[in-house]
Design a protein around this ligand. Structure first.
Ligand code: ADP
Ligand code: ZN
Ligand code: ZN
Length: 825
């Protein structure tokens, strides 16, 4: 018997292993197995049975172990991950790795040590460095030494091993996470009955033992019959030896129980949600979803509902219907930390049936969530893009909230999948319903709805507030910054009109959200005399001034350096800080409104665990008047006292050389505008710009998504961009520019040879990326554009063939294929 195994490597193929007799019963398709691979041992996944042993050549090696009792992967997950690997042109094993909780792999660790042999002949500098390192440190792991010594080639270490100068031992390192258990106590069977109390008392010696038994009895009266040992000891003010004595006497027993690590321990419990009657538009949407749900049919819906139209309530109602059928649901949100209100609403409805996944969970928490999803203890999962790969069985509903968000696309590492498209595929495999919700649907999804691939549902009005008509979408007023500069000698970021509007809110004790999509203090520092601008050493970008630390920081690699006193080029003192980051706006607010309480939310204030949560809950409780931040403040927030949204500079982001720049800007502005006036209080939006006549702003002012979409689609069609074509971005990167360029040119030429004769495919590039260097790595791009209908197998074939013809890139260089790429620059 043999099996086919995929390994977490960027290769297409699966490997065949022989199943030894003693493992024959344990192995199933979908199980993880430990296998030998060259000199290493790796964790892989059995994807299928293999050919008969007799037909194999002698080199096929046996499996070492089977790691799962029940298969980690269902057939459905095997099919789904296979589809992802094919569509996104990466290794199946890479997708499998993304779908399994981190830290559960068993792998080799390689230890290096010095032998007694002395080097004869001349050694290279790097080889010398390795030996010196081992002489001083005695021993090192291969990955450790490569980190210390600037990525010395593995080949060099192997040569040293062959030459007998170092020895390498391989040690199997166990999974980093395992099931966590805790000791609980209970009375031994003979002492469980009330009448046994006297028997027990006679056997107790000393007040500690009495205290423990009394604590147990007390807890039992409160309904806890198998309390945690820790709780008993605390209540009895005793220590574990006392328990051990009681166990030895046969009075108590210990039981190991699994502890489920959940990251929600610190969040307050939710009050039960108020009963809600769906308003007519919501009911209509739900009725439409209910049909395929009840019939067990696959269908994808695009739920286009303005901000505050009650989409979340529709998801919840649909999910209840699915759970009632005994099926499960997946809810995707762009980022858990930024959508605490949405998560809380789901938790309030589904309690402990719902697993929340987020990026700040520990390995143990992830492992537990994964296992209990697989085991069926949870039947709903809510999380960011990776939640689409959660191991639920029998999925009935997949929701993608804010489906237009770019964070649904993964870039690094592979698989470079788009969770929205995987969601549709997953629903398809499960005969389930997929709901893509947004106030500003992506043009891709809109086009799919217009083509009839998705069913369009619209909720054009906000939820009516009891006793009122529906809260209208807030009026948007444009403030012309150029005019302000002339008329009012505007110096800072806040126009007179915006200041007046803020002042009114402060007087009425209402709240304000300000968007400035640039963090730090001054995005650019410039010498007024010679024009020198500080740049990062390792990336081709300018540095941003951060005033609190008085330093310049690179927003790509994090490098920080002091702000020089004088221009290093011409020695002039006239270093001017240009532009307004969030910190600078915050400072200006403090000057203009010294009594206002201001909170700032950007990457710099949200580094710590729970920081988002704390900022948002303070704002929600009315402990601040103004919330200023980057795009983080634009998403999903629902605060009834916010009546003013100010956009400090709406032009930012629009000029990026990305064909999606205007779409992103429209989405961002519409989303942030949607935070204003969501309840009884009327809202207003002020949009500051230097290009007030730009047509995009007219669409924002009129909340006119359809006209925006039509204009944008017409342009895309003319230029042959998505959704009318598919694009694949290919990124080449590495430490030396000529090598990167050469690699890019050769690869692109080979692609050209493959493409010859295929109609409807166009190759652009290679060209240096807009940000040509990041973290000391040079970057080049090639873009492949293919007519609709060529995505999938035809395009995969071209890319696979090119990759095969090219072979592997040189060490330290890499080629990343990004199917349906977004944000290429
Ligand atoms: P969206 O997700 O479309 O932005 P929400 O679902 O957050 O909209 O709804 C906006 C607000 O209206 C929320 O405060 C929500 O609690 C409330 N809401 C939604 N549906 C109803 C309803 N049927 N009855 C009463 N309030 C509702
Ligand atoms: Zn200068
Ligand atoms: Zn940098």
């Amino acid at each position: 018997m043999t099996v086919q195994v995929v390994l977490p490597l960027p290769v297409e193929q699966a490997y065949t292993y022989v199943v030894p007799d003693e493992l024959a019963e344990a192995v199933h398709v979908g199980c993880r197995v430990l296998v030998p691979f060259g000199p290493r041992r790796l964790t892989g996944l059995v994807i299928d049975w293999g050919p008969a042993v007799e037909t194999l050549d002698f080199k096929t090696r046996p499996l070492l172990d089977v790691l799962d009792e029940t298969p980690a992967f269902t057939d459905e997950m095997l099919t789904l991950t296979r589809w992802i690997a094919d569509y996104y042109v990466c290794g199946w094993g890479e997708v499998v790795k993304a779908a399994l909780p981190a830290g559960t792999n068993i792998e080799d660790k390689q230890h290096l040590s010095r032998t007694t042999k002395q080097a004869n002949g001349v050694l290279s500098g790097q080889a010398r460095a390795v030996l010196d390192y081992l002489d001083t440190h005695g021993e090192a792991t291969l990955s450790g030494i490569r980190q210390q010594l600037n990525a010395v080639p593995i080949a060099l270490v192997r040569r040293l091993e062959r030459d007998g100068l170092v020895s390498i031992t391989r040690e199997l390192v166990d999974a980093k996470v395992r099931v966590k258990t805790e000791t609980h106590l209970r009375f031994a069977p003979a002492f469980r009955h009330r009448s046994a109390a006297r028997d027990i008392q006679q056997q107790l010696r000393g007040h500690k033992q009495v205290a423990v038994v009394e604590a147990m009895a007390g807890l039992a009266l409160e309904g806890t019959h198998e309390p945690r040992q820790a709780d008993v000891l605390e209540r009895a003010a005793a220590a574990s030896p006392t328990v051990r004595t009681l166990v030895n006497k046969g009075i108590l027993e210990t039981v190991e129980k699994e502890v489920i690590r959940t990251p929600l321990g610190d969040l307050p419990d939710e009050p039960a949600p108020p009963p809600r009657v769906l308003h007519p538009a919501q009911q209509q949407a739900l009725d439409a979803l209910a049909k395929p749900i009840d019939a067990g049919k696959f269908e994808t819906f695009l739920l286009h509902g303005v901000t505050g139209s009650g989409k979340t309530e529709v998801y919840i109602a649909a999910l209840k219907r699915v759970l009632a059928q005994g099926k499960t649901g997946i809810i995707l949100v762009p980022e858990i930390a930024l959508t605490p209100q949405t998560v809380r609403r789901f938790r309030a409805h589904f309690g402990d049936r719902i697993a929340v996944l987020h990026s700040r969970m520990s390995l143990g928490e992830r492992y537990d969530a994964w296992r209990h999803l697989r085991g069926g203890r949870y039947d709903v999962v809510i999380g960011p893009r990776s939640a689409v790969l959660a191991p639920l069985s029998n999925v009935g509903l997949v929701v993608v909230d804010e489906e237009h968000e770019p964070s649904y696309k993964q870039f690094d590492p592979a698989p470079r999948y788009h969770a929205r498209d995987v969601a549709v595929m997953r629903a398809h495999h499960n005969k389930a319903v997929c709901v893509l919700g947004s106030a500003t649907p992506s043009l891709e999804s809109l086009a799919n709805a217009r083509r009839g691939k998705y069913t369009l549902l619209e909720m054009p009005d906000r939820v009516p507030v009891p006793g009122h008509t529906a809260a209208p979408l807030p009026p948007v007023r444009i403030v012309d910054l150029t005019l302000e500069r002339k008329k009012h000698q505007l110096k800072g970021a806040l126009s007179v009109q915006l200041q007046d509007a803020i002042r009114q809110r402060l007087e009425r004790e209402e709240q304000v959200i300000l968007l400035q999509n640039r963090r730090g203090y001054a995005p650019i520092v410039e010498c007024q005399d010679c024009g020198w601008v500080p740049m990062c050493y390792d990336c081709s970008v300018t540095l941003t001034y951060h005033k609190a630390q008085r330093h310049l920081r690179c927003h790509y690699c994090g490098l920080a350096q002091r702000l020089p006193q004088a221009c290093p080029k011409c020695n002039s003192q006239a270093l001017k800080q240009l532009g307004e980051g969030t910190q600078r706006v915050e400072e200006e607010l403090a000057q203009v409104f010294p009594d206002a309480r201001v909170l700032r939310m950007d990457l710099d204030t949200t580094g710590k665990k729970d920081a988002h949560h704390r900022i948002l809950s303070r704002f929600g409780k009315g402990k601040a008047d103004i919330l200023i931040g980057t795009q983080m403040v634009a998403k999903g927030l629902d605060f009834p006292r916010v009546t003013l949204v100010g956009i400090i500079n709406a032009d930012m982001g629009m000029r990026l050389p990305d064909f999606r720049a205007e779409e992103r800007t429209f989405q961002l502005l519409t989303q942030v505008a949607g935070r204003a006036g969501r309840a009884e209080l009327r809202g207003e939006v002020l949009l500051q710009t230097r290009t007030p006549d730009h047509p995009l702003f007219q669409f924002v002012v009129h909340h006119d998504y359809p006209r925006f979409a039509n204009a944008a689609l017409a342009e895309r069609q003319q230029l042959d961009y998505p959704p009318f074509a598919h694009i694949v971005g290919v990124e080449f990167r590495g430490p030396k520019e000529p090598t990167v360029q050469d690699m890019a040119e050769r690869w692109t030429k080979m692609l050209g040879e493959q493409v010859q004769g295929v109609m409807g495919v166009q190759i652009l590039g290679p060209e240096p990326a807009l940000i040509g260097r990041v973290k000391r790595q040079y970057r080049y791009h090639t873009i492949l554009k293919a007519r609709r209908g060529l995505e999938g197998p035809p395009m995969q074939q071209l890319l696979r063939a090119t990759t095969a013809a090219f072979g592997s890139p040189p060490r330290h260089y890499r080629i990343a294929i990004d199917v349906d790429a977004i944000g290429l620059f």
